[in-house]
Design a protein around this ligand. Structure first.
Ligand code: DGY
Length: 301
């Protein structure tokens, strides 16, 4: 169920079938749901591929409840005349705020400090306990200066950080220079064949020793084992990850037992206001497309 009242607007105009399960529908269940559907409001956990689209001959529109749309085969949809939409803007501030929250939590060991106090291990004030990394005057690399990357950069400048930007057109040499200079590297690009595993053993080796890696974009950008290796070797100072591949990350994954790692469960857009605004945008997209009009936030038209 979506937060807010957006779905009511859809129900006023169309028959709506809602998947009520806590977990995403199985492939079989999803295929069953879309069989007669003309529109689909999808979550990022729903894989919209040619097989699924072929199982839905009446499908004309897919509105993704997310800004990212790597769960959708957009070329396949375009070839079938299916309009795709997403929900940018609504979640920009929320995601930028979580990015900064993760950065500060990681830089100052806030999660570890909380556990330390609760465990009873705190015996006295100490000049050397929980020494973190200062951010004032530090350099942050923003990899992907789209809406969210730009919002993160603005906030980082507000903290008196220096910001370096790696854009889509910038070369690998540029990336190497940016990584070598940065105390913090924050990822804000979509997951595409070009950005998959952007952060791997090779690029981690380009990073400044002791740097902090933040990922609030897509887990597929980062090789988690390489990050764990770099942390174990003491080359990486810390990692704060809101997104991981796979999600949920298995409890036995070594990244969860590697020190100086802070994780959250893909909650970048997770404020009530952002999620309600996303629902409005997703429903607007669907209503417009089903009326034969251009979506409010079209991806492929
Ligand atoms: C998105 O929108 O792509 C986020 O990952 C979830 O809100």
């Amino acid at each position: 169920m979506l937060p807010g009242t957006a779905l009511d607007r859809l129900r006023e105009r169309h028959d709506v079938l809602v998947w009520e399960g806590e977990l995403p529908p199985s492939r079989e269940a999803l295929v069953g749901l879309v069989r007669d559907a003309e529109g689909l409001l999808a979550l990022l956990t729903d894989r919209i591929d040619p097989e699924l689209m072929d199982a839905a001959p009446k499908l004309r529109a897919v509105s993704n409840y997310a800004v990212g749309f790597d769960n959708i085969d957009v070329a396949g949809a375009t070839a079938r005349g299916i309009a795709i939409g997403n929900t940018p803007d609504a979640l920009t501030d929320a995601t930028a705020e979580l990015t900064l929250a993760l950065l500060m939590a990681r830089a100052r060991g806030i999660v570890e400090g909380d556990a330390f106090v609760r465990s009873g291990a705190w015996r006295t004030w100490s000049p050397t306990a929980f020494l973190g990394a200062g951010l004032t005057g530090a350099t942050m690399a923003v990899i992907g200066p789209g809406r969210i990357g730009t919002a993160v950069a603005d906030r980082a400048r507000g903290l008196r950080m220096r910001v370096l930007v790696q854009g889509r057109q910038d070369s690998r040499e540029h990336l190497r220079a940016v990584l070598a200079e940065s105390d913090v590297v924050s990822l804000h690009c979509p997951l595409t064949p070009e950005t998959a595993l952007l952060i791997d053993g090779r690029t981690l080796a380009w990073m400044k020793p002791g740097a902090i890696l933040i990922n609030t974009s897509r887990g597929g950008l980062v090789d988690l084992d390489a990050v764990a290796d770099a942390l174990d070797a003491g080359r990486l100072g810390g990692a704060a990850l809101d997104t991981m591949d796979p999600e949920p990350v298995p409890l036995g994954h070594r990244i969860l037992s590697t020190p100086r790692v802070t994780v959250t469960p893909h909650i970048g857009s997770g404020t009530a206001a952002a999620r309600a605004a996303m629902a409005d945008a997703a429903v607007d997209n669907l209503l417009l497309a089903l009326d034969g009009e251009r979506m409010r936030f079209p991806v492929n038209t």
